[in-house]
Design a binder for this molecule. Structure first.
Ligand SMILES: *Cc1c(COP(=O)(O)O)cnc(C)c1O
Length: 358
């Protein structure tokens, strides 16, 4: 820390991204990336012409892509805003709609960024414990005086809420903004997008990072009624109007034009998820019911942190969190069937070294 840092940021806790080690080739099942490449048309989206055009600023409105997204989700372009990854949505939304006595409410076990950004902004945090089975009790979210952040499906549990539950939460908090983070919705969850025209307090965010194989392109978007989106745009124009670059816009457009390719990838991943769940169960694990591209799984024969380290030694990366409630679990991204085969093999070895035959 330098002597110049604003004391307001002393001791601020930042987010710890999943590790991206370069020391060896890992089977990487730790950051929920897609194991499949972007659609063929995306691979062709950037040529010499696009590179030439990099001397020009990008469209600050991202209008072409917004039109495509709006058409795809049954909305108007004014109801969509593009962001540099959907993590940006959390930042804009908390800046716009919390503070001044309005806090931020979210489950005790959820995406770590909510707490980090709320803390950065000095917003009061209300953590609402999940039930023992890691499900949300929706009544806990009725009549709050805070902005509500819900990842649906939730991370790192993978558990999804039905749209009807989200609707009840919207109805019981008419004067608070509810941000539904649908980063994983394409893997079997229900989207709340259809509620947007009936609820002026609803924001839905999505990302190209997971189901659309563009994590490195940094492309997210948020949808809501036009007044809410206009507020967010004011902040975006006050921060960085060119927040989504030309290359990423071109890739995003090609991706939306090839949605059936991604639908097929998601089907594959959901099948691999079920196969993985069954195999892990056979090896003595239990996992939470997942509608995401990962499983949150616990092995009853070995400590969660130890399993993570042993797998890493054997070249398989999964994500382990040390928070007490979830320290026995590991979050395992669903890769290709071949990658999952390596996970099973290495897990079997680790268990065998402890005298357990599976
Ligand atoms: C991965 C993820 C995001 C967004 O990631 P970006 O790459 O910034 O779009 C948002 N919410 C949750 C819960 C996630 O897991």
């Amino acid at each position: 820390m330098s002597r110049f840092l604003n004391p307001r940021f002393n001791g601020i806790k930042s987010y710890t991204p999943g590790e991206q080690p370069r020391d060896q080739a890992y089977v990487k099942l730790n950051t929920n990336e897609s194991p499949y490449p972007p659609a063929p048309a995306v691979l062709r989206a950037l040529g010499p012409k696009q590179m030439q055009d990099l001397r020009l600023y990008c469209d600050p409105e991202g209008l072409q892509l917004r039109r495509k997204l709006a058409a795809y989700y049954g909305l108007q372009p004014e109801q969509v805003m593009l962001t540099n990854g959907s993590d940006d949505v959390i930042n804009f939304a908390l800046t716009a709609f919390s503070g001044n006595g309005i806090g931020a409410a979210f489950p005790d076990v959820t995406y770590g960024f909510y707490e980090v950004i709320a803390a950065l902004q000095g917003v009061q945090i209300r953590k609402i414990p999940l039930q023992d089975d890691f499900t949300i009790r929706i009544e806990d979210y009725f009549g709050l005086s805070d902005m509500i952040l819900l990842s649906n499906p939730n991370a790192p549990t993978g558990i999804a809420l039905p749209v009807a539950a989200i609707e009840q939460i919207l109805q019981r908090n008419p004067d608070q903004v509810v941000l539904v983070d649908e980063a994983y919705v394409d893997f079997g969850g229900q989207s709340s997008v259809g509620l947007i025209d009936r609820y002026d307090n609803l924001l839905v965010s999505m990302t190209f990072s997971k189901s659309r194989s563009l994590a490195g392109g940094r492309l997210g978007f948020v949808m809501g009624q036009r007044q809410l989106i206009a507020d967010l745009n004011q902040l975006r124009y006050s921060t960085n109007p060119y927040n989504v670059n030309r290359m990423t816009l071109a890739c995003g457009e090609a991706a939306i034009d090839n949605q059936t390719y991604y639908d097929d990838c998601c089907q594959e991943i959901m099948q691999t998820r079920e196969m993985t769940r069954v195999e892990l169960e056979r090896m003595g694990f239990s996992s939470l019911p997942s509608k995401a591209n990962f499983l949150f799984a616990q092995c009853h024969a070995i400590d969660g942190g130890e399993l993570y380290l042993e797998l890493k030694k054997k070249g398989v990366l999964v994500r382990h969190f040390t928070a007490p409630r979830i320290a026995q679990y590991n979050r395992i991204t669903i890769g290709t069937p071949e990658q999952m085969g390596v996970l099973f093999e290495k897990t079997r070895e680790i268990l065998l070294e402890r005298g357990i035959h599976v």
